[in-house]
Design a protein around this ligand. Structure first.
Ligand code: COA
Ligand code: AMP
Length: 635
């Protein structure tokens, strides 16, 4: 089917279209109820279908004759370890781990938090949970104890799975003290913490009362996959919202399996037996969908990399993997290529490797700038496809559907809607805008299968955050426009979410932590353009009267505070002391104006501003501190 036909059919007859896609999944009980609309405007896909995601990813693949094919390749330049697991081997390891979890009392519907580095056991842990119907919640290893604690309290896990350490470019990070610290802050008690011992920094388990992974798991009775309802939760993935409290996105089993299989084949153009590499981390949605689940659901070999695009050991690392494993398709964040371009602008390291097997490269997670796009496509001679999606959707919303032979791309655009999605742009009055006019990017309901239909423990917040602003639409939180041919241009978030090196973070949470400092009266954290990471946070801080500490001292303390409370990954490296913050007459901080100022973009005077003189004061600080040569001015 051509892209155009698929798009039209999914638009006009979504039930027929998705019923057809669902036939590619090996259900225990195929669904007869394809799409239902609930009273609150949310939707349910495949309501009476029964399946098990782990069964589809492993047992079913073995049944199809792929038992001796590699399922997972692990490459870790930071430890020197390389491992391969066939589907048979991965199935045996996952079933054993699932058996161990069952023995620890974990059953269908129970929560399990996974706080692990990029090791195969992290993927095994996710699949083992799926096998027994437990709901996993993977927390990115770069988050500090406090962030982990917030997620534990919300997900209420029975067990936590972790490792003795993660390895960064220049240091080893011990996880057990962080888990211990988190548990001390939590209201929710967790008695059982399983630790994967790694040679780089084995943990003293007795000190924390934690269990040894290998001792607990080895020899456990393998657990069979349990039949689950299509609408049962597979996982919770916490993502940043506008407030300090992260949103627990809930993914179901049925819609997820159908949607990921569809995307793997039709967007990414990957066939069973091919080698796929999602260059991300299991702690992010890309890691869930396109390191662990989709490649295995589609019978591919997935590559897991414990390293960085540069410095492990150099900017040729990605190309080495492509050659060594014969990678056919990959996905990475633009930051990774910006980092490579900085260190290997002429492509000398690239020239050392052959990338003949690579069909195309997909990029997403943040804006792809034209120079990076040009460099990458000239260097590789391969199609570079920008595409756009979110944790909430779980799979691409706009993309060139390479698997449908649709290769037309438009520079600066994340391309057209994938079949199943209807992307529109609305003005403040909720009316659709004509082509090339910027507004709020929304998706017309119903969302296709696989997209989150609720938030863990907080359905009202889901309705409020996504469905209330524009009735009949899902509000993406991104601003941008559509051109006359339906190509989508994403201009950035319209809320207080920022993307730092492709990592989604909330400025609201940083403000909450800054507010705990005794010298601080108030603050605003906004995203500032960064050459390497796309965006980094910049704190603008008002001190209380009579504070004795110097500005530099407060700044250093705030940097340390965010690193400790949120994590190094926030890259919070500047907190400028300003006399006041611009406010509306009702006292709301004018963040949009601040965002424009720190990024050197001019803006109209906000009509509700209380005292416009504050803007000049802030402008002076930005210049004095060398943050921006010419701050954005009032037009
Ligand atoms: N555990 C602990 N700490 C982590 C971490 C993790 N999993 N990931 C990052 N950090 C730390 C880093 O060590 C660094 O600490 P530092 O301030 O002491 O140097 C800090 O968080 C910032 O991390 P990062 O922005 O990744 O900086 P870096 O210098 O380590 O690496 C890049 C720079 C460009 C190589 C890296 O950002 C990168 O690979 N980006 C691509 C990101 C990506 O793939 N995103 C996918 C999302 S879909
Ligand atoms: P996450 O939920 O972490 O995947 O982050 C989703 C957000 O990343 C989106 O809402 C966008 O703001 C941004 N994003 C993702 N892909 C792109 C892209 N290709 N171009 C621009 N922004 C993107």
């Amino acid at each position: 089917m051509s892209y155009r036909n698929a798009f039209q059919q999914a638009r006009q007859q979504p039930e027929v279209f998705w019923a057809e896609q669902a036939r590619n999944v090996a259900w225990y009980q195929p669904p007869t109820r394809i799409l239902e609309t609930l009273d609150d405007g949310t939707h349910r896909w495949f309501g009476d279908g029964r399946l098990n995601t782990c069964h589809l990813a492993l047992d079913h693949q073995v049944e199809q004759g792929r038992g001796e094919q590699d399922a997972l390749i692990f490459d870790s330049p930071v430890t020197g370890i390389r491992q391969r697991f066939t589907y048979n081997q991965l199935l045996a390891r996952v079933a054993e781990l699932a058996g161990a979890l069952t023995r620890l009392g974990v059953g269908a519907g129970d929560g399990v938090v996974i706080y692990m580095p990029m090791v195969p056991e992290a993927a095994m842990a996710m699949l083992a949970c799926a096998r027994i119907g437990a709901v996993h919640s993977v927390v990115f290893g770069g988050f500090a104890a406090n962030e982990l604690a917030v997620r534990i309290d919300d997900a209420q896990p029975k067990v936590i799975l972790t490792a003795s350490c993660g390895i960064e470019i220049d240091r080893v990070i011990e996880y057990p003290p962080l888990v211990h610290g988190a548990l001390q802050q939590c209201r929710h008690p967790v008695d059982q913490v399983l630790v994967l011992q790694r040679e780089n920094a084995p943990a003293d388990l007795a000190r924390f009362g934690f269990l040894d992974w290998e001792e607990t798991v080895t020899g456990s009775e393998p657990a069979p996959p349990v039949a689950l309802n299509a609408t049962d939760p597979l996982y919770i993935m916490y993502t940043s919202g506008t407030t300090g409290k992260p949103k627990g996105i809930v993914r179901d089993h049925g819609g997820h399996a159908v949607a990921l299989l569809y995307a793997l084949r039709n967007v990414y153009g990957m066939e069973a037996g091919e080698i796929w590499w999602g260059c991300s981390d299991v702690g992010w949605v890309v890691g869930h969908s396109f390191i662990v689940y989709a490649p295995l659901l589609g019978g591919c070999t997935t590559v897991m990399f414990e390293g960085k695009p540069v410095k492990t050991p150099d900017a040729g690392a990605y190309w080495r993997l492509v050659e060594e494993y014969g990678i056919n398709g990959l996905f990475a964040a633009p930051t990774a290529f910006r980092a490579m371009r900085k260190e290997d602008p002429e492509g000398r390291l690239f020239q050392r490797y052959r990338i003949d097997t690579l069909k195309h490269l997909f990029v997403a997670g943040e804006k792809l700038d034209t120079p990076t796009y040009q460099w990458l496509s000239d260097l590789t001679g391969r199609p570079v496809y920008d595409h756009w999606w979110q944790t909430e959707t779980g799979w691409p919303v706009t993309a060139p559907c390479a698997g449908l032979g649709e290769r037309e791309v438009r520079n600066g655009s994340t391309n057209r809607a994938v079949p199943g999605y209807l992307v529109e742009v609305l003005g403040e009055d909720g009316q659709p805008l004509p082509p090339n006019q910027e507004g709020d990017i929304v998706l017309r309901l119903p969302l296709p299968p696989g997209c989150a239909q609720t938030l863990w423990n907080d359905h009202p917040r889901y309705l409020e955050s996504y469905l209330r602003t524009y009735p009949g639409y899902y509000h993406t939180g991104d601003g941008g426009y559509l051109d006359e041919d339906g190509f989508v241009h994403i201009m950035g978030r319209t809320d207080d979410v920022i993307n730092v090196a492709g990592h989604r973070l909330s400025t609201g949470i940083m403000e909450e932590h800054i507010a705990t400092h005794s010298a601080v009266a108030e603050s605003a954290v906004v995203g500032r353009h960064d050459e390497l990471r796309g965006e980094v946070p910049l704190g603008l801080v008002v001190l209380k009267d009579g504070v004795a500490q110097s500005s530099q001292q407060v700044e250093q303390e705030l940097i340390a505070l965010i690193r400790h409370q949120v994590g190094a990954v926030a890259c919070f490296r500047r907190a400028l002391i300003v006399p006041r913050l611009p406010k509306t007459r009702s006292g709301k901080t004018l963040r949009a104006a601040l965002r424009k100022m720190v990024n050197g973009k001019d803006f109209p005077l906000p009509p509700t501003i209380d005292d416009p003189a504050i803007l000049n004061e802030i402008s002076d600080v930005l210049i004095r501190e060398g943050e921006v040569a010419r701050p954005g001015q009032v037009l």
